[in-house]
Design a protein around this ligand. Structure first.
Ligand SMILES: NC(=O)c1ccc[n+]([C@@H]2O[C@H](COP(=O)([O-])OP(=O)(O)OC[C@H]3O[C@@H](n4cnc5c(N)ncnc54)[C@H](OP(=O)(O)O)[C@@H]3O)[C@@H](O)[C@H]2O)c1
Length: 347
């Protein structure tokens, strides 16, 4: 199935003459379409810009040659502004401004939005998020609630703050960093995946009402992305006390899941810059951005399984067999994908 899908991966040429893997559109394209409807100099507020995807998206949009965005890049701890200042360079205080915002604190969200001229937000990019992996029995309830407080309630707080003004203006775009794990659950990612399912359900429900007010909604669904996120979850996993679970579960986590997961990141992982991919061809700017946007075509065969069988047996059986029965096939497939990923990057 994966091989069949690979045959269908199209390599296309973008407007800069560079080749890139065809995707369902880029995050850039979705944001640019928002700028078209809001006019140039659209105010875009982005959360979680101290590292990874948020940092890459903020600096790329701030450097837009057409200056379509005024980017308000936020982070909860301004002490961490160094890497963004470095990559944003000349854009600082021209097309990019850095502000404090903690997605878990309503007062900090309100203060940030109140500091904007007329409180105007044309595009909200909700990116802040945290991960968590491991056997459920080894995770405590307060850590799980904290994760939901950031990944799900953080989004809810932000939308509550900007939606009324967007409705009044009859324009706006809410872009949310979800994940392929918001479509399909994954072994030992129970709580993280549940938080992204919550995000997906929330956005899908809200999107219909938003449409009535000419507000667009887009869920960006990356597969594995090599960022601080990956480093942090593996660091936590290494320190994790596995005595709370049985020996077999601990063995599966340590000896099967962790090595597999690292291989998946090495084979399929995108960079944050790839997620924030730039494609400046005007013909690629849809006025109606998609509700869902998966950034990694190589991961799509996995998510497609979900839609191929409404009973849910197909993805369950496939994941089970790949992990516990046919690990040789799984490893060979990952090697093939790694080669494909490298060759598309070189061209
Ligand atoms: N990496 C992946 O494999 C992957 C795949 C699919 C989806 N995603 C999603 O992509 C988003 C960005 O992840 P990333 O890969 O770029 O990871 P990252 O490098 O760890 O970035 C996460 C960002 O969120 C911030 N953050 C965490 N809690 C916050 C809070 N309460 N308020 C404000 N900011 C907060 C972090 O700030 P601090 O530096 O202060 O912690 C950091 O700036 C997340 O929503 C994640 O779920 C990631």
């Amino acid at each position: 199935m994966i091989i069949n899908h690979l045959r269908k991966v199209k390599i296309e040429k973008n407007s800069f003459g560079k080749f890139h893997k065809s995707s369902t559109g880029s995050l850039w394209v979705n944001l640019a379409s928002a700028a078209f409807s809001a006019g140039n100099g659209s105010l875009l507020i982005l959360t979680g810009c101290s590292s990874g995807i948020g940092l890459a998206v903020a600096s790329r949009l701030a450097k837009d040659e057409l200056r379509r965005f005024k980017v308000v890049a936020t982070m909860r701890d301004l002490e961490k502004r160094g890497p963004l200042e470095k990559v944003a360079g000349d854009s600082i205080n021209k097309t990019l401004e850095i502000k404090q915002l903690d997605a878990c604190c309503e007062a900090s969200i309100r203060e940030c939005v109140n500091s904007l001229p007329d409180r105007r937000v044309d595009v909200l990019v909700n990116n802040a998020g945290v991960g968590m992996i491991g056997p459920l029995e080894c995770q405590n309830m307060s850590d799980m609630k904290e994760l939901f407080d950031t990944n799900f309630f953080g989004l809810v707080r932000l939308v509550k703050e900007v939606l009324p003004d967007m409705k009044r203006r009859q324009s706006g775009h809410v872009v949310v960093m979800s994940s392929v794990m918001g479509i399909q659950g994954l072994l030992f990612n129970d709580v993280y995946s549940a938080s992204k399912f919550a995000v997906e359900g929330f956005c899908e429900s809200l999107a219909v009402q938003a449409m009535k007010f000419n507000i667009k909604t887009t869920l960006v669904e990356p597969g594995p992305v090599v960022s601080e996120f990956e480093r942090k979850v593996y660091e936590d996993a290494t320190k994790m006390d596995l005595s709370g679970t049985d020996e077999e579960t601990a063995r599966i986590f340590r000896e099967i899941y962790l090595p597999y997961s690292k291989k998946v990141f090495a084979s399929l992982g995108q960079t944050s810059e790839e997620v924030a991919e730039v494609n400046n061809s005007s013909s690629d700017h849809p006025r109606t951005p998609p509700l869902r946007h998966q950034t990694n075509r190589l991961y799509m065969p996995m998510t497609t399984l979900k839609h191929a069988d409404p009973t849910g047996r197909l993805p369950l059986d496939t994941f089970y067999k790949m992990i516990f029965k046919h690990d040789g096939v799984f490893n060979a497939t990952l090697t093939l994908l790694r080669i494909l990923q490298r060759s598309t990057r070189k061209t």
